[in-house]
Design a protein around this ligand. Structure first.
Ligand code: SOE
Length: 384
């Protein structure tokens, strides 16, 4: 196995790619390894390549699965095990795209091996695991990033910039919903449904984590306390008992005194990936719909308008992510590419604005835990 950068041979930590250059200022591409062989592995591979990285290795639940996924994704090395991948001296960054219950053990092993980590959300299946991951990344001086990818739609950054600049006024109320229908039927089965693989929360941990992250990111005002109820439509799926929620409804108060509601469902017919965020301040309301990411609705007492993604008219951070001219629609894949570009920039020592890190993954784990605790106790719960 060669090491073109020569870093390992020189005894340098391969995980310090910022020190690796190709001479004459040419930056040697980061090399990533992917753990997992499903839909998200494909998304990560494409985003990493668009960010200029090389996908050099893949590992999955079995050697055969790894070989199949590596072949499908054009990855040169299919490792026999995850352990072989995290110790592959060529790998600078491990992208964890395997089921939720594997996130902590895989990420902790990668961090211990000196690798930076991009780990799919939910970061972990408990706050304890998430805390250990945050601590391990910090202790090793490594990047730990989580793809709360909807932060990377330019018009989300535009909404965030308007709130931060005071254009919306003081935030009074927030309404969020995230609706899907891919688990509507009783015979719709996925590893996420089984708490052993997905964790004690499914719908909220899986997509409510995105919604809460986006609310706190745009509003700049964290949830302080909440009360929730959850719903399980099918008591069994595919012949197995189900112990995770299909839906969650949440009422919350923020640290800044705003109030709000969240609704998360994976059994809403006709809703494919409909994340909707609606923030009302004392001066204006802002609404963003993930399925129509090219515009931001801005409402004032004096009138409303749809603000189109037009780089020349966006705030600096939104313009930074607006990589093609107006009229050339950007979407989910572009947002993911923007996230990976920023994560890899951080690996090289940069400090990109709004990069979701393991600390944000821990935050989402804490809110998820509060949602489950409140639903179980049928009472208001503080969010640590
Ligand atoms: C399934 O609910 C899923 O793929 C989530 O796991 C992703 O995080 C979300 O972006 C799309 O839907």
């Amino acid at each position: 196995m060669t090491d073109p950068g020569g870093a390992a041979a020189a005894g340098l930590a391969v995980s310090a790619p910022a020190s690796r250059s190709g001479g004459a200022g040419r930056v040697v591409p980061l090399r990533i390894g992917i753990v997992g062989g499903g839909f998200m592995a494909r998304v990560h591979a494409g985003a990493a390549r668009s960010a200029g990285a090389e996908v050099v290795a893949l590992a999955s639940s079995s050697p055969a699965s790894a070989a199949r996924a590596a072949g499908d994704l054009g990855v040169g090395t299919a490792h026999e095990s995850v352990d072989d991948l995290v110790h592959d001296p060529r790998v600078d960054v491990v992208h964890v795209c395997s089921p939720n219950a594997t996130h902590a053990p895989v990420a902790l092993a990668a961090l211990a091996a000196g690798k930076h980590v991009v780990c799919e959300k939910p970061l972990a299946t408990s706050t304890g695991e998430a805390e250990a991951m945050v601590e391990a990344a910090a202790a090793n001086g490594l990047v730990g990033a989580v793809p709360f990818v909807y932060r990377y739609h330019p018009m989300v950054r535009e909404a965030r910039a308007r709130v931060a600049a005071g254009e919306a006024g003081r935030v009074l109320s927030i309404r969020g919903s995230y609706l899907q229908d891919w688990l509507l039927e009783r015979d719709d089965v996925d590893w996420r449904v089984d708490s052993a693989a997905g964790g004690p929360s499914r719908a909220f941990a899986d997509i409510g984590s995105h919604l809460v992250d986006l609310i706190e990111f745009v509003a700049g005002d964290p949830l302080a306390r909440l009360t929730s109820t959850t719903n399980r439509v099918h008591a069994d799926r595919g012949g197995s008992r189900v112990d995770t929620e299909d839906e969650a409804a949440v009422v919350f108060e923020t640290v800044g005194g705003a109030i709000g509601t969240l609704f998360v469902s994976q059994v809403a017919p006709g809703r494919k990936n409909r994340l909707l965020l609606d923030v009302s301040g004392t001066a204006e309301s802002l609404e963003f719909s993930q399925e129509e990411p090219e515009t931001l609705w801005v409402g004032r007492r004096s009138g409303t308008r749809l603000v189109p993604r037009d780089t020349a008219r966006l705030s600096p951070d939104a313009a930074r992510l607006s990589t093609v001219p107006a009229g050339h629609p950007m979407g989910y894949v572009d947002a993911f590419a923007g996230f990976v570009r920023d994560a890899h920039d951080a690996v090289r020592g940069g400090a990109p604005e709004g990069l979701p890190t393991f600390a944000d993954g821990l935050r989402a784990a804490r809110v998820t835990e509060a949602v489950l605790d409140s639903a179980a106790s049928r009472s208001w719960v503080d969010v640590t």
